[in-house]
Design a protein around this ligand. Structure first.
Ligand SMILES: Cc1ncc(COP(=O)(O)O)c(C=O)c1O
Length: 360
């Protein structure tokens, strides 16, 4: 339901076809990503975030950010270890830790200052201390965002308590109203304590291509490369070659795509407000996170409510409960349909809740 429907730039698709016609591009590739891909990625990070990366030791390309994120968890944790995970939770943030046989402590991340106080309290009192702090801002599903100072405090806490940080920065390319999501790596000392994962799925519309990155602490990157060396033989080379072109020439397309999501956000939130749902406009991401009306919350949980909308309004939404207990009472609505379809979806939800039949 959060599956992007827009397409990559024609130039990038053409490059993919051209590279696929080259007989040299069908063998196993380098499991950490082509030299030129890692270099182009590092150049873009410097342009966009002012972060200098050694693309040999501090950058790894993988099969999407979910893959590098989960294998990083496997590389860092084992039985008896603990990770702090933001709640409500994007499922892989929980399951990657569980798959590594480690324990999860979920902390509400919707108020970033309070989240940090809770992280500090847990790190102070838990024995053994948490090994990893997982972050994700702009956050999926709650759309919570942070400013750069937040990461300054994260680095201080990581140094004080000795935990590592993995920042899932999947929505760093999709920001609205002039907000720029800060990179964790842009803070001094971040590279000493952690890594950041990013993706070409969102801003570049390359979700099915499976192209993502992990950058930052060289030792953590080396551990991830070791694990990946056991699991895979890298990304299909034509995809990497087209990815290089996208990183080099795709910035305008990324901006255009963010503007597209912003327009959809406005249509959806304004529509929801019109049918009486109080909804905050997110500053970033591909989703709207909203509490459905109290009269319905009293009658049914978010899973049943989402089923009702699916069956009676013919609108698919994600129930908040799918993101853990902290998501109960909420729905996550994806901005992957065009404005016309979003208006139609809101109309159908309104009719359904008034007891009228969906118009189809
Ligand atoms: C927070 C978050 N992280 C990671 C991903 C996965 O992105 P990728 O396509 O790079 O694996 C998503 C996509 O839905 C996401 O919402």
């Amino acid at each position: 339901m959060g599956n992007p429907t827009d397409v990559p730039e024609p130039l990038v698709i053409e490059k993919l076809c051209e590279a696929a016609r080259d007989e040299r591009n069908h063998r196993y590739s380098v499991s950490t990503g082509l030299f030129n891909l890692r270099r182009e990625f590092a150049l873009r990070y410097e342009r966009k975030h002012g972060v200098k990366l050694d693309f040999d030791t501090e950058v790894l390309a993988g099969l999407g950010s979910k893959e590098v994120f989960s294998h990083m968890c496997l590389a860092l944790m084992g039985p008896g270890d603990t990770a702090i995970v933001p709640a409500p939770s994007f499922p892989i943030h929980i399951y990657a830790v569980a798959l590594a046989s480690a324990n999860v402590i979920s902390l509400d991340c919707t108020q970033p200052d309070r989240f940090l106080s809770s992280v500090s309290a847990v790190a102070e009192h838990l024995y053994p201390k948490p090994k990893v702090l997982i972050l994700n801002f702009p956050h999926n599903p709650s759309t919570t965002v942070v400013e750069r100072d937040f990461f300054v405090d994260v680095v201080k806490l990581a140094r004080r308590f000795g935990f590592m940080v993995i920042h899932d920065f999947a929505y760093g390319d999709v920001c609205f109203d002039g907000y720029r999501a800060p990179s964790f790596l842009s803070v001094p000392g971040a590279k000493e304590v952690g890594v950041e994962t990013t993706t070409m799925s969102k801003g570049y519309n390359m979700a099915g291509w499976r192209l993502g990155f992990c950058a930052g602490n060289a030792e953590m990157i080396r551990a991830l490369a070791t694990i990946k060396g056991y699991y895979d033989y890298g990304i299909f080379q034509p995809i990497q070659i087209a990815g290089i072109l996208a990183l080099r020439h795709g910035e305008e397309g990324v901006e255009r795509q963010a503007a597209e999501y912003q327009g959809r956000r406005d249509v959806l939130v304004d529509g929801l407000e019109r049918i009486g749902w109080e909804t905050q406009k997110p500053k970033a991401g591909m989703f709207v996170w909203t509490r459905y009306p109290q009269e319905w919350r009293e009658r049914m949980g978010s899973i049943d409510f989402a089923m009702k909308l699916l069956e009676e309004a013919e609108v698919a939404v994600s129930p908040g409960r799918g993101f853990g207990e902290a998501g109960e009472g909420y729905l996550r609505l994806a901005l992957v349909e065009n404005e016309h379809r979003l208006k139609q979806a809101v109309r159908q939800i309104g009719r359904c809740l008034r007891g009228e039949k969906a118009a189809g």
